[in-house]
Design a protein. Sequence first.
Lengths: 117, 116
Amino acid sequence: DQQVKQNSPSLSVQEGRISILNCDYTNSMFDYFLWYKKYPAEGPTFLISISSIKDKNEDGRFTVFLNKSAKHLSLHIVPSQPGDSAVYFCAASEEIWGSSNTGKLIFGQGTTLQVKP
Amino acid sequence: DAGVIQSPRHEVTEMGQEVTLRCKPISGHNSLFWYRQTMMRGLELLIYFNNNVPIDDSGMPEDRFSAKMPNASFSTLKIQPSEPRDSAVYFCASSSGRGSVNQPQHFGDGTRLSIL
């Protein structure tokens, strides 16, 4: 049972256009969501995150939107650049305030983004 | 700043052999995570340490896998005996907290393991 799903294995966009990567989750207890970017032969690197108390978080060209009722989040990259070509992983974590938790991240399968010059 | 350091980067060995993967977390980080990445299952958490103590090992596939963290600057993941289905990329990550949104996990570059 996959709790975090990235249904699009790949996405191709033209340089300068918007890239939209989508992620769905099933566990309503997830409170924090993160996006990681991964280049070949390297480990994932943290990109941007959002808490469930927000519906949007922006960092430069990257914006993450959270729709809790739909259990859906998306990452927007505007404008897309060829250097953004990588695998993007969505991850979710359950934080229980006031009690212990494992800090366990559940990752989606990843979406390979190709930005064409 | 030195990131998470994993060794070896590549390991090729025959079925039945013992395999030991090593990880040095970022100095000052108190949480350490071992992940496995495969085409079929994506990135899976195997085990998580906090302050050198294993907290959650529910992702460890079976008794052939074991992990230790003898001190704050070193961890090992051991597979004995190894099997072809263990072939994957193994990542180590560390964070300064429990890996929440304010303390994201930092990953090493992984060990690509091939069991023949």
